[in-house]
Write a protein that binds this ligand. Sequence first.
Ligand code: BG6
Length: 531
Amino acid sequence: MSKTALRTGEASVTGANPLLAGMRTARTPVPCALVIFGASGDLTMRKLVPGLYALASEGSLPAGFTVVGAGRTAMTDDEFRASMRKAVKGYGRVPLRDDIWEGFAAGLGYVTYDLERSDGLAALKDALDTGDRTRGTSGNRVYYYSVPPSAVVPLSERLRSEGMCVEPPGSFVRVIVEKPFGRNLETARELSRRLHEAFREEQIYRIDHYLGKETVQNILVLRFANGIFEPLWNRQYIDHVQMTVAETLGVEGRGAYYEESGALRDIVQNHMMQLAAIIGMEAPSNFQAETVRDEKVKLLRAVRPIHPDDALALTVRGQFAGGWVDGEPVPGYREEKDVDRESLRETFVAMKLDIDNWRWAGTPFYLRTGKRLPKRATEIVIQFRRVPHSPFGGNVATPSGVLPTDSIDPNLLVLRIQPDEGITLRVSAKVPGQMMRIRGVNMDFSYGSAFLKESPEAYERLLLDCMLGDPTLFAREDEVEEAWRVCTAILDGWRAHPPDRANCPNYEAGTWGPEESHAFMARDGRAWHRP
Ligand code: BG6
C-alpha cells in the first residue's frame, strides 16, 4: 500500500443529527486500524467488509477508521477497493451510497504479506505507521485472523517477533480468532498456550458469530429483563429444553474442512454449547463481560461429564445420502467435492446433556444439528411440565379427535433464532362452542413486525464490540475448554465405536435426520418439535 493511500479521515461518515450523535458516542470506538489477514478470502467479501460498511453508514465508525487487507494474493489498493465495493453491493445489508462509500473507501488499503520471508510484514508495518500519522489511529490495532487454522500460531509468532502484539501506552492491540479453536480439549489448550505467547488473554477475542445474533442476545433480555419467566426457569417447571440448528445447505464446497470437522466440531462445540450456556446460566449481577462469562462457564462446568463408553447412548450420529431439498435433487455427502467416497463423517448429531446443578438436575437439554435437513431453522424450545391434574375430563380436542386428559399439550416457549426471528408461547385455549374442548394456540412475537427495523448482522455487532474493547459476546478460554471437555469425550467414544458402514449414510437429504434420532427422544418419552 502506498504511503498516501490512506487518506486523512476528515471525511467522517458520522451524520449530523445531534440526538443520534449523542447515542452514537457511547458506541463509537476511537480510531483504529483493522488488519484483516486472509483478506482475499470469502469471509472478507461476504461478511467483514459489508459489515464494516453497514457500521460506517449508521455512523458507528470514527473518522480515521482504517482497514488494511493483508493477503498473499498480490493486489493494489485500488483493486482491493474495487472488489470490496462489489462485495458491499453484492452481500451488504445496507444499500451502497456513493457519499458514504467515498468516506469509507478512503480508509481501505491492501498489502501483500508472506510469512515465509523475513521482511514479510514490512509493507504492513509501513501501512500501519502511515495510518497512525495520517489518520490518527495512534497504534490502535485489531488483527482479524481469517486464515487457515494451521496459520494461526505462525502468524502470531511472527507478529510477536516483530513487536506488533505489544500495546503501546494508551493504545490497544487485539486479535480476533475464528474457530476452530483446536480439534479437542488438548489441542484447544495448546492453541491457547501458543496464542498466549503472543497476546494476553484480554487481547484475544474468540469469535462465535452466534453470539452476535440479535436473537441470541435477546435470550438474555427475555430471561433477565422480564419478571415472569425466571421463576419458572428451572427443573420444577421445565420438563426439558431442546435446541435445533437445522440447515438445508450441504457443505458448500468446504468438503475438505468438513471431513476434518463434522457436525459436532462445526456447530455443537461452539454455537450450540454457547446457546446452552445462555439458556441455562444463572442471572449475572451485571452485564460486565467477566460477570456474564463467569456465569456461562459455571453452567458449562455443570454439564455432566460424558464417559466415552456412554457416548453412543447419549448421542446419535448421521450422514446424509442424496435426496431432495427445496424441491431440488441434491447429492449425498459422499458425492460432495473433496469428500472421501467412503467417508463416515457425521453431518448430523443429536445429543442429550444432563446438567448437574440445582436449577437443572433432572431436566435434560437435547441438542440436534444437521446439514441437508428439510428447513433452515435455529430454534430453542423450552417445554414446560404438563398440568398436574386436569379438571376437564376427556374433552380435549386434537386434530385427530378427542383424547384423554393427560394429552393436554404442555406449554412451550419457542425462541426462534432464525429465520422468522421471534418468540412463540404455546398455551391451551378453549375451542369456541358448547363443549369444553381444549386446543393449543400460539401467542406470537415477531421481530419483523414489532420493530419494523432490520437487525444488524452478527459480524457488525462483534467487530464493533471488539473495537470498543467489549468481550462480553466473545468466548473466553475457559468456556471453549469446558465445551471441548464435553465434546472430546463424545469424540473419543465415537472413535472407539465407528459408525456401522452398512448404516452410513443413514438419512436422506431433505428429512429430519436418521430414524435413530427420533427413537432416541422416544426412549425418554419425548419427541422433537418440528420447526
Ligand atoms: C458456521 C459453520 O460456523 O455456521 C457452517 O461452519 C454453518 O457449517 C454456519 O453453515 C451456520 O451459520 P448460520 O449463521 O447460517 O446459522
